[in-house]
Write a protein that binds this ligand. Structure first.
Ligand code: HEC
Length: 94
């Protein structure tokens, strides 16, 4: 599944307006995992997009270590799904 470019652009813009960059970088671990590592772990499909979007909204822990990602209650799940679609598109192949 290869999402349309306008969705990817929108995901990137939404993230630039949120706090993601406080804890995430594209290629290196910061407080949270690198977006490329997240993209390498999960396949791009609607099941994983839903799961990861819910984790962003509700907060999550345990998948990458002991650091907690706080919830983002102001984010709609729709916007969170758009962000996840962009993140998963950063997969660089094997
Ligand atoms: C305060 C730090 C912090 C902020 C802000 C933050 N994250 Fe995270 N994020 C984390 C940490 C820590 C983890 C790893 C949690 C774990 O181990 O399960 C994580 C994990 C993730 C994951 C992978 C979840 C999984 O289950 O594998 C995604 C996707 C993600 N973040 C996206 C985002 C997006 C998008 C934003 C901005 C809306 C954001 N994060 C903001 C710290 C943060």
């Amino acid at each position: 599944m290869s999402p349309p470019a306008d969705i990817l652009d929108k995901g990137k813009v939404l993230m630039s307006y949120s706090d993601c960059a406080t804890c995430h970088k594209a290629t290196d671990r910061k407080r949270g995992p690198a977006f490329q590592d997240i993209a390498a772990r999960y396949p791009m499909n609607s099941t994983y997009i839903d799961i990861l979007a819910k984790r962003i909204v509700l907060g999550t822990k345990g998948a990458w270590g002991s650091v907690v990602m706080p919830p983002h209650p102001a984010l709609s799940e729709e916007d969170a799904r758009t962000m996840v679609t962009y993140i998963l598109s950063l997969h660089r192949g094997d």
